[in-house]
Design a protein around this ligand. Structure first.
Ligand code: NAD
Length: 355
């Protein structure tokens, strides 16, 4: 039986609270006769790593992550890092870039017991994760953003056939297992060459999947369509920044940022990482919602289970997911969702519902 090696990075702010909650649920769920072999190793990232190693993402962490099957990553408070780290990629940007985790997969689904602004929605955003309009990711060396004079700034966007083809293929493969429907999001009416290439290459890839129904929208119109008729969409494929923005929107539409899960993946590795940040405004209050990273961890386990054709691991993922959803459905929620549970008592409720 395979032993799954998982790297765990707590990160900053509410990271410690939500990651510890997730590990408690994972441990409680993986008891009994049908145990999956999991080996977890905590690795430094964030302010604690700056204190101990002089860097928010030490080389040692990257070296160890390279040996793991998957990683669970808490949020970083990179906006508050000392000035000397601000010109560098933040820890998650660096990990996505360094390990070429090209697909950021961000589902948004209406959940029973959660009062979202829309109901019955169930879509997944496939966000290209390595280039586009994020100038700290889109260069081999240096940063794709510069000041011509103190009053003139230039930011670049990079679009390559290789990166577009692989995110489009990932999106179409996912569509084949769902409703066979893909929406391409771009801004090709104005950013004709960059996002025009994105759109065109996605349509080229679409020819390999004749069963899939494809349409496309400009990103501004897409924001309006999502608010008005989110239920009409299933798989959305888009570039880095558009995907980042639209996934915050879809997360909020189905109930809130604290619920939104994601994984970052390539063909061989995947990283669970909730959509939210380190939430410095609520750190230490024990009210952080751990559902985002818990469901991200479920996604990671499912991804590993599919990769290794491991039914027991898939069962473990389903068991955790069912328990989280049952807890939410019973109205046992943290204050961001209108409930009275603390991070710890919510976690205890999830553990109770595992049975
Ligand atoms: P944020 O996501 O941390 O917080 C936005 C709002 O949502 C806050 O009011 C916060 O309290 C609330 N919130 C977020 N997660 C929550 C949770 N799990 N439970 C309850 N409420 C939650 O965004 P921000 O304030 O713009 O950024 C704070 C820091 O996080 C910055 O340093 C930013 O760079 C960083 N950040 C990191 C990541 C990441 O690690 N992937 C993502 C986004 C932002």
């Amino acid at each position: 039986m395979k032993t799954y090696q998982l790297g765990v990075m707590h990160g900053d702010g509410i990271g410690r609270e939500v990651i510890e909650a997730t590990l408690a649920v994972l441990e409680a769920a993986n008891q009994g006769r049908e145990q999956v072999k999991l080996k977890l190793e905590t690795l430094p990232m964030g302010f604690s790593a700056i204190d101990r190693y002089g860097h928010p993402l030490p080389e040692e962490t990257k070296e160890k992550l390279a040996q793991k099957d998957g990683w669970i990553m808490g949020p970083h408070d990179s906006a508050a890092y000392p000035e000397r780290f601000k010109a560098e990629r933040n820890p998650s940007g660096e990990l996505r870039h360094y390990f070429d985790l090209f697909a950021n997969i961000r589902p948004a689904k209406s959940l029973k017991g959660i009062n979202g602004l829309v109901n019955e929605a169930d879509l997944i955003i496939y966000r290209e994760n390595t280039e586009g309009y994020y100038p700290d990711r889109n260069m081999y060396s240096g940063v794709g953003e510069w000041m011509v004079t103190p009053d003139v700034a230039v930011s670049s966007g990079v679009f390559t056939r290789k990166a577009i083809e692989r995110i489009a293929r990932a999106a179409f493969e996912a569509a084949m297992k769902r409703k066979k429907q893909v929406t391409i999001v771009h801004k090709a009416n104005v950013i004709r060459l960059g996002t025009g290439l994105f759109k065109d290459v996605c349509y080229e890839v679409a020819k390999e999947y004749p069963e899939v129904e494809v349409n496309d929208f400009h990103v501004d119109a897409m924001a309006a369509h999502l608010v008005k008729r989110m239920n009409d969409f299933d798989i959305i494929v888009t570039e880095n920044m558009f995907g980042d923005i639209l996934s915050d929107l879809t997360g909020e539409l189905v109930g809130g940022l604290g619920l939104s899960p994601a994984i970052n993946a390539n063909e061989s590795q995947a990283m669970a990482q909730a959509v939210h940040g380190s939430a410095p405004d609520i750190v230490g209050q024990e009210i952080a919602n751990p559902v985002g990273i818990m469901l991200s961890t479920v996604m990671l386990l499912e991804w590993l289970a599919n990769k290794h054709q491991d039914k027991m691991l898939l069962n473990l993922a389903k068991k955790i997911e069912t328990s989280i959803l049952t807890t939410l459905e019973k109205g046992e929620t943290t204050p961001d969702l209108g409930g009275t549970k603390s991070t710890q008592t919510f976690t205890e409720a999830v553990i109770k519902h595992l049975d």
